[in-house]
Design a protein around this ligand. Structure first.
Ligand code: NDP
Length: 270
C-alpha cells in the first residue's frame, strides 16, 4: 500500500520516517513517501491517479484538501482544513488529526479552564476548535486582526497587540490563564517573542502551563517559560500524536504504547 505527505516545501518533513517506523513495528506492508505538489488544485487528482491509500497534507494545502474531499469527518468540518486523506470505496474521506493530536499532547496538563492562544493562523484554528469542543474558554492574542471573524464566530475573545496594549495600560487585562500556547511562527526561524514582552512577561509569570507548537528548538517563548519555572512542553508530542491518529486511520490498527514509541523513535532519528 502507498501513503504520502503532500506539501510545498516538503523536504523537511519527518512524517515518512515516523510512519515507516510504525509500519515496520507492526509488519504492515506499506511505504510512506513525500510528494512536492506545485498546484493545490491537483491534490485529489494526484491522490486518486497514483493509487494512494492514505495521505497527510501539510502547509499550504490543508484548505485545498478540505475543499476537494468527498466527505469531511468530525471536527474538521468546523476547522475548515484537513491534514489526512483516506481512500474508502473510491471516495476520499478527510480528517483533521492536528486538533485531537494537540489535545493528546496536553493531556498531562490538568484542570485547564481558560487558555490564552497566541496566533490566529491555521494551527490556532485547529487548536481553538479542539479546546472549544472541551468547553474551555479561549482568548486569542495575535499581532494583527487576521482571521478575527473565524475566532469570534467560535466565541473566542480576540485581541490584537494594539487592543492588548490599551487594555494593559488601562489595567484591564486578565493576567491569569491556566495555559498559554504559542501557535505563531515567532521563534521558528528567528529570535522573536510571539507578543510584546511588556505584557507577555506578566502573562507568563501568572500562568500554570505553557505550550509551544514549535519543536526541535528552545524558542524565546520557551526560554521565558523556563525562566519562571512554568511547566512547559514543546510541539514534538503534537506532531507525534497527529501522526499516530493518522496512522490508526491508515491501518485500522489501534496504536499501543510500543507503536507510539516506535513512531517517536522514527521521528527523533530523522
Ligand atoms: P500560519 O502561517 O497559518 O500562522 C502564523 C501565525 O503566526 C499568524 O497568527 C501570524 O500572525 C503569527 N506570526 C508570524 N510571525 C510572527 C511574529 N514574528 N510575531 C508574532 N506573530 C507572528 O502558520 P501555522 O498556523 O500553520 O503554524 C504556526 C506554527 O505552528 C509554526 O511555527 C509551525 O511550525 C507550528 N506547527 C507545529 C505543528 C506540530 O505538530 N507541532 C503542526 C503545525 C504547525 P499574522 O496573522 O499577523 O500574520
Amino acid at each position: 500500500m502507498k501513503f504520502t505527505i503532500y506539501g510545498n516545501p516538503i523536504q523537511h518533513s519527518k512524517s515518512p520516517q515516523m510512519h515507516n517506523a510504525g509500519f515496520k513495528h507492526i509488519n504492515f506492508d506499506a511505504i510512506y513517501d513525500k510528494t512536492l505538489l506545485e498546484d493545490g488544485n491537483t491534490l485529489k487528482e494526484h491522490f486518486i491517479s497514483n493509487h494512494i491509500q492514505g495521505a497527510n497534507i501539510t502547509v499550504p494545502f490543508k484548505e485545498y484538501a478540505y475543499n476537494q474531499a468527498d466527505e469531511i469527518i468530525g471536527l474538521a468540518n468546523k476547522i475548515g482544513a484537513v491534514n489526512t486523506f483516506i481512500k474508502s470505496d473510491d471516495k476520499v474521506k478527510a480528517y483533521n488529526t492536528d486538533a485531537p493530536g494537540f489535545l493528546k499532547a496536553i493531556e498531562e496538563f490538568r484542570d485547564i479552564k481558560n487558555v490564552l492562544l497566541l496566533g490566529a493562523g491555521g494551527t490556532a484554528k485547529a487548536i481553538a476548535v479542539a479546546l472549544k469542543d472541551k468547553n474551555i474558554d479561549i482568548t486569542i492574542l495575535n499581532r494583527s486582526k487576521n482571521n478575527q471573524e473565524f475566532f469570534t464566530n467560535l466565541k473566542c475573545k480576540f485581541y490584537d497587540w494594539d487592543d492588548m496594549r490599551l487594555l494593559y495600560s488601562a489595567g484591564g487585562i486578565v493576567l491569569k490563564y491556566d495555559l498559554i500556547i504559542n501557535s505563531t511562527s515567532a521563534g521558528l526561524k528567528d529570535d522573536n517573542y510571539p507578543a510584546p514582552l511588556e505584557f507577555l512577561k506578566p502573562l507568563i509569570e501568572n500562568t500554570t502551563y505553557a505550550f509551544d507548537c514549535i519543536y526541535g528548538k528552545k524558542t524565546p517563548f520557551g526560554q521565558l517559560a523556563n525562566s519562571y519555572n512554568i511547566k512547559y512542553k514543546d510541539g514534538e508530542d503534537m506532531l507525534l500524536y497527529q501522526g499516530v491518529l493518522a496512522f490508526e486511520l491508515f491501518t485500522g490498527i489501534k496504536a499501543d504504547d510500543g507503536l507510539v514509541e516506535a513512531m517517536r523513535s522514527g521521528l527523533k532519528e530523522s
